[in-house]
Design a protein around this ligand. Structure first.
Ligand code: IPD
Ligand code: CA
Ligand code: CA
Length: 262
């Protein structure tokens, strides 16, 4: 399968879905609650997903599709598109401009392509396996900070309130150990910001494959490291992620493990 055709389709889908989201962005949006009062979905999540899925189905009708909002399709194809139509829905629903469309593609269970588009900021992150990572037309790389004490991090913002105690403990420890910890409300944007060297590390709890697929490839192609908390290579179906520029990974894992075990 020509990788150019796959990439062109992913870019077109992200662009069209992003344009629709941007056009409708601003103010407060009506939302429905999903797994908890803090897990939201809007009409525009569904519209974005429909735009992307329709395009894929038209061009590649035999490909598998895995999406957040229910348009999953299993054809037993070696190709699987993994889609988050809006990552950062809480931000979007409140009129806060950090949110993105995330489209990843696996071939025979290996990530091949990742596209993350933040339409309000006009930032398009793209990576293909073995080809490096790009922000708009610039090649990106992770930072070179080599001590956590000099790092800027992004922390997890899980919707599940049962994780609040653990996450606040992690937040407390990471703030004390670094320059600061931000929360941006989008795992995919956080990983892309890490890939671009704007921050040095990120941890995520209870994430889904659509949060991780596109952006974890972008991070890897930018020279970053993504593992689970046991330092095993990231599995996008495995829920947790410790991500960094590589140089502060050991220090991050130590804090994650100490906090989980005490
Ligand atoms: C959420 C965001 C958030 C992460 C949550 C995700 P959504 O995705 O990525 O940063 O902490 O766990 O569910 O609901 O905005 O697509
Ligand atoms: Ca998401
Ligand atoms: Ca989403």
């Amino acid at each position: 399968m020509e990788s150019q055709a796959l990439k062109a389709l992913a870019l077109e889908a992200a662009h069209d879905a992003g344009a629709m989201l941007k056009e409708n962005f601003g103010g407060n949006h009506a939302f429905q609650e999903k797994t908890s009062y803090a897990d939201l979905v809007t009409e525009f999540d569904h519209r974005s997903e429909e735009i992307i899925v329709k395009k894929i189905q038209k061009r590649f009708p035999d490909h598998d599709i895995l999406t957040e909002e229910g348009r999953t399709r299993v054809e037993n194809s070696p190709y699987r598109w993994i889609i988050d139509p809006v990552d950062g829905t809480t931000n979007y629903a409140h009129g806060f401009p950090i949110f993105c469309v995330a489209i990843g593609l696996e071939h025979q269970s290996e990530l091949q392509l990742g596209v993350v588009y933040l339409p309000t900021l006009n930032e398009l992150f793209v990576a293909e396996r073995g080809q490096g990572a790009w922000l708009n037309s610039e090649r990106i790389r992770v930072s070179t900070i080599d001590r956590l004490a000099q790092g800027l991090l992004i922390g997890s913002s899980p919707h599940d309130r049962n994780l609040l105690e653990l996450n606040l403990k992690l937040f407390d420890r990471f703030v004390r150990a670094s320059h600061n910890v931000l929360r941006v409300g989008s795992a995919a944007a956080a990983l892309c910001y890490l890939a671009a060297g704007r921050v040095d590390g990120y941890w995520g709890l209870v994430l889904q494959p659509w949060d991780l697929a596109a952006a974890s490839l972008i991070l890897r192609e930018a020279g970053g490291v993504a593992t689970n908390f046991k330092n095993e290579p990231i599995n996008i179906y495995g829920r947790e992620i410790a991500a960094s520029n590589g140089k502060i990974h050991g220090e991050m894992l130590k804090i994650l493990n100490d906090a989980m075990n005490t």
